[in-house]
Design a binder for this molecule. Structure first.
Ligand SMILES: [Zn+2]
Length: 103
């Protein structure tokens, strides 16, 4: 049976093998629905997404990313926080693996 720890360790190994840094680079992010390019919207530019998100969401976030192809809107919500935490965990695992198996 695979336990969660070993799955994460597998992810860490793949990242190491391919030289992938476990960081989220929003400047290179693409739309997860259509792979379109995202535009970052701050300040007054945020108005472009006002009718596309819930009012509370609009008020809460300072930055949005809009897909110019399909109009999907992204912001740093719970999913982002979880992803960031997961990437930190992978980074820790990579450090542990490097200690166990020095190059
Ligand atoms: Zn899209």
């Amino acid at each position: 049976m695979l336990v969660r720890g070993s799955v994460d360790e597998g992810v860490a190994k793949v990242f190491m093998e391919f030289g992938i840094e476990p960081v989220i680079d929003e400047s290179r992010a693409r739309c997860s629905k259509c792979n379109g390019e995202l535009v970052e919207l701050r300040g007054d530019e945020r108005r472009r997404v006002k009718d596309l998100v819930f009012e509370q969401t609009y008020k809460h976030y300072d930055v949005f990313w809009l897909c110019e192809r399909c109009n999907a809107v992204y912001f740093q919500g719970a999913y982002w926080t979880n992803m960031t935490r997961y990437m930190e965990k992978i980074l820790e695992l990579m450090d542990e693996l490097r200690i166990k198996t020095p190059a």
